[in-house]
Write a protein that binds this ligand. Sequence first.
Ligand code: NAP
Length: 312
Amino acid sequence: PSIRKFFAGGVCRTTVQVPGKVVVITGANTGIGKETARELARRGARVYIACRDVLKGESAASEIRADTKNSQVLVRKLDLSDTRSIRAFAEGFLAEEKQLHILINNAGVMMFSHSKTTDGFEINLGVNHLGHFLLTYLLLERLKESAPARVVNLSSVIHHLGKIHFHNFRGEEPYRWGFAYCHSKLANLLFTRELAKRIQGTGVTTYAVHPGIVRSELARHSFLCCLFWRLFSYFLKSVQEGAQTSLHCALAEGLEPLSGKYFRGTYIRNLAKVAFLYLRASFPVTARGPGCLQGPEITKQLSACGMSAVSF
Ligand SMILES: NC(=O)c1ccc[n+]([C@@H]2O[C@H](COP(=O)([O-])OP(=O)(O)OC[C@H]3O[C@@H](n4cnc5c(N)ncnc54)[C@H](OP(=O)(O)O)[C@@H]3O)[C@@H](O)[C@H]2O)c1
């Protein structure tokens, strides 16, 4: 158990309840998103599961409703690989809800084969970043009207291997094997940093998250990743553990001064640092900011949770 604890990383310790708060979570029909939705529903929020397969969404929602006794778990269709679907979701949501307090941009794909979104963007960048970029843009005014509000973006430690290829958003030149996912996760971080600057003073804040290496369905498109996930399954986080950093960023009090920062569990960070040392030397990261200045209270709160927040 102590080894498992070492690998588990951060824990969301806040006891904040959120009755009546409105939350949208993308890709919450499974994995980290589903567990994030479950916990927010348990704490009283009205949770919108925004997913591309409504049947899968309904099955997750009925499980969460039964588990949490919260009937306010709703499912709406959202396919992030299609800008028409994103616009239709936003239009429907804005007509239906007068408030939005927490947006969790959680959905993600890790595809190694070269494919494109409906609009012709490289699939990893299109779904993981561009789709969420458009969704956030369409919902931003509602978030501002509902302030204090938060936007949480799921990134990954693998962003260290990412680069932004501005000339190649449509994937005309196929990326080197496996790197498209890394580029999309770097885009998630840069988006968080820039969004924080642009919404400063509005009462809306934003955070990027590395959830840890989690035993979810993310690896399903790659045989090698599935094999890795299976072989090292004992050391991977459960989906409940994987949801902790998102929950912390969505709920913990006093995080506002850290808007734009990147949160990760400290144990897994140290481990990941060793693993990526060599690779980082070969693939220099393009975007790095100055060190994060944290107030002593926030630093204390974060280290009690086994997390850190850094600039990138
Ligand atoms: N697992 C890890 O180790 C890990 C590590 C670092 C970061 N992350 C990030 O954590 C987030 C959650 O991933 P996870 O591990 O929970 O993976 P997961 O179990 O595969 O869940 C991903 C979710 O995204 C949804 N999705 C995929 N494409 C979509 C689209 N075009 N439109 C709408 N929804 C779509 C999936 O829906 P379907 O079920 O319909 O496919 C699913 O609900 C991702 O952003 C991922 O990059 C994960």
